[in-house]
Design a protein around this ligand. Structure first.
Ligand SMILES: Cc1cc2nc3c(=O)[nH]c(=O)nc-3n(C[C@H](O)[C@H](O)[C@H](O)COP(=O)(O)OP(=O)(O)OC[C@H]3O[C@@H](n4cnc5c(N)ncnc54)[C@H](O)[C@@H]3O)c2cc1C
Length: 329
């Protein structure tokens, strides 16, 4: 627990994560978690995934800017991401973090930049998604999301299964017919607002999956099931079959750890299990890469722990020998 707290604290220190990321990219280990330091690298990774029939969702890692100038820089880079995706004719979208757009400085500033990004995407016929961050931001994220989605209609939002409030939030959002990315939740939250046990989070995830897929059947939600937990994926697939949902009415999302690169390779056994309607999240700029990959609490184990999981064998070739990491990471 102490070590997890230390890692959590370190991950909030930009100088530390920048250094880890720099060395990590140089030495290769961070490449398992992020597609590249630059937009060009992320686009190259995206091109490869798209050539294998996947959609991508581009994301800048890192959170919480402290100046308006920094927020505007991030805003411009998100717009550039959408434009580049479009120029290269790549299937996919971008996912924004509101704390990178000045949420800590001024809610209206943040809303106007989120709107600007969504408007540019809409002009290109594309969509954006908004990440959900720690619980201090839940209300304001919902407000900004709701207003931009109501006006432009091309936004998706992540919601967290570990929060008690999420079902109520989904009922609130239903009228704007949103795309909803369902995640277990990656932040350490107190027990009065969030489920603490993996079994409870999993049960909540499955319940919300059913709610979202039933909503999809009625045209209320476009659910994106974002989990690497095959029990969650299997539950969603079973519910989609029960509801006779067309594959265009829901999707799966995963992040491109090294196993997911293998998913793009037809020879990979595990790859055969990847859901056909799967978007892969591709991250640029490794700053903060610890956050999505190793911060998750014990119920949200890290990419590293994947290797030890009896449920999820490491990617291997048809003869059982381990696969080399693919060219992407
Ligand atoms: C596309 C996407 C977007 C996300 N957006 C948000 C967000 O906006 N807000 C937020 O709070 N959280 C977000 N998350 C993180 C999420 O909340 C979880 O912390 C994370 O996905 C781990 O939970 P799990 O559902 O994969 O299941 P777990 O029960 O944690 O893990 C299931 C199995 O998958 C393995 N695993 C875990 N992570 C990975 C990985 N990256 N690659 C391969 N195997 C893995 C585990 O080791 C375990 O064996 C996102 C996750 C994804 C995939």
């Amino acid at each position: 627990m102490l070590i997890r707290n230390l890692i959590f604290w370190l991950s909030t220190k930009r100088g530390v994560t920048d250094r880890i990321a720099r060395h990590g990219m140089k030495n290769g280990f961070a490449r398992r978690f992020v597609a590249g330091e630059s937009l060009a690298e992320a686009l190259a990774a995206s091109q490869e995934l798209c050539s294998h029939g996947r959609n991508v969702s581009l994301n800048h890692l890192g959170e919480n800017v402290t100046s308006e100038a920094a927020a505007r820089e991030v805003c411009a880079s998100y717009i550039q991401m959408v434009e580049e995706l479009h120029a290269k004719n790549l299937n996919g979208n971008i996912s924004i973090k509101l704390t990178q757009l000045g949420l800590d400085i001024d809610k209206e500033l943040c809303r106007s930049m989120a709107r600007e990004i969504a408007a540019r995407a809409a002009a290109l016929g594309r969509a954006i998604e908004m990440d959900m961050e720690g619980s201090v931001y839940t209300d304001v994220t919902l407000d900004i999301f709701e207003s931009v989605q109501r006006e432009l209609g091309n936004c998706g939002l992540a919601v967290q299964a570990y929060l008690y409030r999420t079902e109520k939030d989904l009922h609130r959002l239903a009228p704007v017919k949103p795309k909803i990315r369902l995640v277990k939740g990656a932040y350490r939250e107190p027990k009065d607002i969030a489920l603490q046990k993996k079994s409870e989070v999993d049960a909540s995830y499955q319940k919300l999956t059913t709610l979202l897929l039933e909503g999809a059947a009625k045209g209320t939600f476009l659910p994106a099931i974002a989990s690497h937990d095959w029990n969650m994926v299997a539950h969603a697939q079973a519910e989609a079959a029960r509801l006779k949902l067309d594959k265009s009415r829901y999707e799966f999302q995963m992040t491109p750890c090294e196993l997911l690169v293998c998913f793009a390779q037809p020879a990979c056994r595990i790859g055969q299990r990847i859901p056909p309607a799967c978007n892969l999240a591709v991250c640029t700029k490794p700053r903060g890469w610890l956050a999505p990959c190793t911060i998750p609490s014990s119920r949200n184990r890290s990419c590293d722990s994947w290797h030890g999981s009896p449920l999820h064998r490491p990617p291997s070739s048809p003869d059982g020998s381990p696969l080399e990491p693919g060219p992407l990471l």
